[in-house]
Each structure stands twice: as C-alpha cells, then as structure tokens.
Design a binder for this molecule. Structure first.
Ligand code: ADP
Length: 449
C-alpha cells in the first residue's frame, strides 16, 4: 500500500518536474525573443544615427555604427524568425521585415547621395520618408514587445505555479519515503522479535520434549522396578502360602474329627483363602511376566489357539453348561501363541462366568478382517457392561462385582490388554447391559506388513 502511494507520488513528482522544466524553457525562450527584438530596435536606431552623423559631417567614420547595424540586423531578424512561433507575432515580424528593408534602402540611398552632395542627400531626408518608416517600425516593434511581455508574464506565472506543485510533490514523496522507511524498520524489528520468539519457542519445545523423554524413561524404569518388585513379592509369598494351604489341609484331614464344627469351618476357610490368594499371586506373576518377557511374533493360526483353549477349559465349560460356537475358518495372525492363548482363555472364561444366574451361557467366536488386521470377537449372552465402565475394566484389579457374586482377581482383562499391546495389537469391548458383550482383540494378519 505504502509502496504504491510512494510510486504514485514519485511519478507525479517526475511529471511536475518535467512540466516545470518545460515552463522554464518557454520563459527563457520569451526572454531571448525580447532580447532579440530590443537588438533589432537598437540596430535600426544605430544605423539611422550613423547615417545622420555622416550626412551632417561627411566624415566616413560616422558610418561605422551604420555599417555594423546593416550587417547584423538581418541575422538578428533570421534568429527571431526561428525563435518566434506564435502566429500573431510571426505576422508582426513579417510586417516588420519589409519596413526595415525599406528603411535600410532609404539609409543606403542617402548615404550614397551624400557621397555626391550634401544637398541631394538632405533633399531625400526632408521627404520625411525615413521618419515615417522609422515610426512604423517603432510601432511594430512596440506591439511585438508588448505581446511578448504579456507572454512572459503568463509563462512566469505558469512557471511559479508549477514550481509550487513540484515542491508539494517533492514534500509528499519525501514524507511517504520517510513513512515507508519507518514501516520497513518496524517490520524488520517485528520480524526480528518473531525470529527470537520462534527460536525461544523451539528451544522451549526441545527442552520440553527432552523432559518428556526423560520422564517417560523414568516412568518406564519405575514401572519395570514395580513389576520386578511385584514379581519378587508374589514369588516369595508362594512358599509360605503353600505351607499355609498344606497345613490347613493336613489339619482338616488328620485332626478334623477332633475339632468342633466351628473349628472345622475355620480350617476350610483358611484353605479357601489360601487357594484364592494363590490364584491371585499366579495372575500377578503372569501379568508382570508379560512386561519382562521377550515377545517374538510369528504366524499363528487363530483356530488352533481357540481350539487349544477350548480343550484346556473343557471341564469348566461343561460345568457351566456353556454352548460354544466357533465360526470357522478363523484367520492366521502375527502373534505369540502362548500369550495369545492366555488372552483368549481369559475372554472365553469371562464369557461363561458373567451370566445371569440360571441362564445358560452361549458363546460365539468369530473373526473378521479390518484392512491389514484381523479382529477376533468373543461374544456372550451375559450380563453386559455399562458404557462408563467399558474402559476401566481393562486396568488391573478393576472389578464391577463382589467376589461372592462372581469370583475373580480383577487381573484377567489387564492381562488381555497388556498381551495385545506387546504383540502390537489392540483390544476392546462393545456391550449392552442385560444383553451381552462382545470382547475383541485385533492383530496383524499373517503375511501382511
Ligand atoms: P475377573 O474376571 O477376575 O473379575 P477381569 O479383569 O477378567 O477380572 O474382569 C474385570 C471385570 O470386568 C470383571 O470383574 C467384570 O465386572 C467385567 N467383565 C469381564 N468380562 C465380562 C463379561 N464377559 N461380561 C460382563 N462383565 C465382564
């Protein structure tokens, strides 16, 4: 915007300067014309003065100004002719020339006659022809001068007005140039500030990324330590627990008959609590082992994994009276067979566990393709899960029911989630309370990148 204004002002300044120069040239031209016409008048007068001097004295030295004027007046008139362009002035000039010619003719005649006799020359002078010619020439010269002066006044006026405008445009151009310079300086300053801010922000982001990286490392390390700790404790707890369990069994077998009814019940409770704790420890160990174990992926047939789990769990499935339907064929995935088996087992056992009392569990297992991935669904007709709990149940120890209603440790789904994470897959659930759930796990299709 400023640049456009500045360019416009510079163009105007340029135009007004060229018009100013034009006016100056015209004024100069008029001055030159005035100087020339004054010269013509002076030369005619000088010629007449020389002629008079010579006639009166007869001395030839008086003829010098006359002769000089005779040679110069024509070149002055020719110069004027090239200078004058206005038609009225050219007209006056055209009228002047024959008069001057006549005047110089008269002068030449009298000078020639004076060479013969004073009286002859005086007679010609007395005819007043020379005087009349002189007056006519003077009238033309005066008219010419008047007109030229008026032109000079007009041209000087124009010159002044153009000079005023040129000064204004020059001022405007300078102002705009200064304005542009200030804007440019501000812009540069802003760019510099931006660059500084940008550099600071980049530095800040780098620091932040570094910090996040460091914290993530620390967290991973802390998690690893926690896992190792949980593993050690769980592992170490197994021996005293086994002893507790063994002694409770021994007590009930060897001394059961000696104990009163209540004592027998307490002994059974100790045994049951120890079993429950053993189960919990077993799950914690599996969960923390998953974080430490090296996981090597290879093509695994989902069908063989599912069949293996169904075979292992046949007794529990039969106890629950479950009806399991596998929609074959299932696909091949990239996985770790044992880890995948553990995850699928957790899903199938949950599917037959979380049913309404008295209802017969129905489980459907099917696979579907999702681009380069395969999703295995384990669907049940169980109690279902509220939407608000569907994510948190994948965290360790998150249970939606008491152990009396549905026994369990709350680690099964955490194992599923961690197993899939370690195999580069995903896990989730779609469920409607009262109608059933569809737990799914997703893994890369074998043979796909
Ligand atoms: P656990 O089975 O030992 O309780 P999980 O981690 O396997 O632990 O499951 C966590 C919780 O998620 C369960 O306690 C239950 O409330 C809910 N849940 C899991 N599977 C199902 C299912 N198929 N239907 C309804 N609720 C389920």
């Amino acid at each position: 915007m400023t640049a456009a204004l500045l360019t416009a002002a510079a163009l105007l300044l340029n135009l007004s300067l060229s018009r100013l120069t034009e006016s100056r040239l015209l004024a100069f031209e008029t001055n030159t014309v005035l100087r020339h016409i004054a010269q013509v008048r002076a030369e005619v007068t000088a010629a007449e003065t020389g002629q008079r001097g010579y006639i009166l004295t007869g001395e030839r030295r008086y003829l010098a100004p006359y002769e000089e004027a005779v040679t110069r007046v024509w070149s002055t008139l020719t110069d004027l002719d090239t200078l004058v362009r206005a038609p009225d002035q050219r007209q006056r000039l055209a009228e002047m020339r024959p008069l001057i010619e006549a005047k110089f003719g008269e002068l030449a005649r009298t000078v020639e006659l004076r060479g013969q006799s004073f009286d002859a020359a005086l007679r010609v002078v007395r005819t007043d022809e020379g005087q009349r010619l002189m007056e006519e020439i003077a009238t033309r010269v005066q008219a010419f001068e008047q007109s030229e002066r008026a032109r000079l006044v007009a041209r000087t006026g124009a010159l002044e007005s153009r000079a005023t405008w040129a000064t204004r445009y020059a001022g405007l151009t300078v102002l705009l140039a200064l304005g542009s310079a200030v804007i440019a300086a501000l812009w540069f300053a802003r760019q510099k500030t931006h660059a500084k801010l940008f550099a600071a922000e980049r530095g800040f982001r780098r620091d932040l990324e570094h910090q996040v990286e460091e914290r993530t490392l620390q967290l991973t390390e802390a998690n690893r330590e926690l896992d190792a700790y949980a593993y050690t404790i769980s592992h170490d707890l197994r021996a005293p627990l086994r002893a507790m369990h063994g002694y409770a069994d021994a007590l009930s077998e060897d001394y059961g008959s000696l104990l009163p009814k209540e004592g027998q019940r307490f002994t059974q409770r100790i045994g049951a609590a120890a079993s429950q704790m053993e189960e919990l420890i077993q799950d914690i160990l599996s969960y923390s082992r998953l974080a430490r174990e090296e996981v090597r992926l290879r093509p695994v047939s989902l069908e063989s994994v599912v069949d293996g789990v169904l075979a292992r769990s046949a007794e529990r499935l039969a106890e629950a009276g479950a009806e399991v339907h596998v929609e074959r064929p299932l696909a091949e995935v990239t996985a770790h067979a044992a880890i995948l088996g553990q995850a699928v087992e957790n899903l199938i056992l949950n599917a037959i566990k979380f049913t309404a009392s008295g209802a017969k569990p129905k489980v459907r297992i099917r696979a579907e393709r999702h681009g380069s991935m395969v999703r295995l669904h384990v669907e049940d007709n169980g109690i279902g899960i509220d939407l608000e709990h569907q994510e948190r149940i994948f965290r360790p120890f998150e249970r939606l029911h008491g152990a009396e209603t549905y026994p369990g440790t709350g680690i099964g789904l955490a194992i599923v989630r961690r197993s899939l994470d370690r195999m580069g897959g995903r896990s989730g659930v779609n469920s409607t309370p009262g109608q059933g759930s569809s737990f799914w796990i997703e893994l890369g299709r074998a043979g796909e990148e």
